[in-house]
Design a protein around this ligand. Sequence first.
Ligand code: G3H
Ligand code: ZN
Length: 285
Amino acid sequence: MELVTLRDLLPRAKREHYAVGAFNFNGYEDAVGIQMGAEQAAAPVILMASQGACQYIGLYETVGIVKGIAKHSKVPVCLHLDHATDYDFIKEAIKAGFSSVMVDASAREYETNIRESKAIADFARNYNCSVEAELGKVGGKEDNIVVEDRTAAFTVPSDVPRYVEETGIDALAVAFGSVHGFYKSEPKLDFDRLDAILKLTDCPIVLHGGTGIPIADIQKCIDMGLAKVNVGTELKAAFSGTLRKLCAELPAGEFDPRKFLKPVKGAVAAIVKEKLEAFGAAGKA
Ligand code: G3H
Ligand code: ZN
């Protein structure tokens, strides 16, 4: 199967009141684990690599891994560049074969954010690549981008219609209480704000910082019309936790990397399957 875009996945999800799961990966094992989990749930899936992950894996290697995974996949796979702030890098990723990108101009003021996100959306259109942008600032730390909780600004609903109209984006990340990384205290989502945003636009809305939010809260957002949920940290923790356990358990003479890494794929797949079922995406492939 060819890679699909957010345009292929999110409008249907919004219409049918489920959310597509988007999961961060940092290498081959977790990328494969994500697709395995999606296939077990028979759900479409978005594999996300941050700018930092692409630099770690190699940009063309990232595309090669996910195109290889998609080739034999029984479920639709989208390869999405997550939270990218370097516009030259985004263009290179689009040309390299990413089927979707996120331009993160959320640190800019409103007019600049519109201008810069629109420029990427215009560029991506020539490559059949979808674009997500962010309005408001999701708190916490995502890869190399840090937003202090206290300065994190929630999205202003009335800012949304003009933003979506003028940028021409395919999905919009909004800030209404979620935070990147593990929560320091109980997450409190501003459901009224999300509701106001959803009433003002048809553009599919994205929840960032999916790790640690109670599933019931995420399901409430999905019932309201949320179309994409991003999960990253939870998979990193499962990856490293599984590896740590195996290093302690396997005999000292064991040196086959596959003995260490195969269970990592399984641990990632189990979380992805569980999330996709909870998001109502199971069986939607
Ligand atoms: O863009 C990535 C996500 O928002 C991941 O957030 O690491 O808190 O799950 P998370
Ligand atoms: Zn994010």
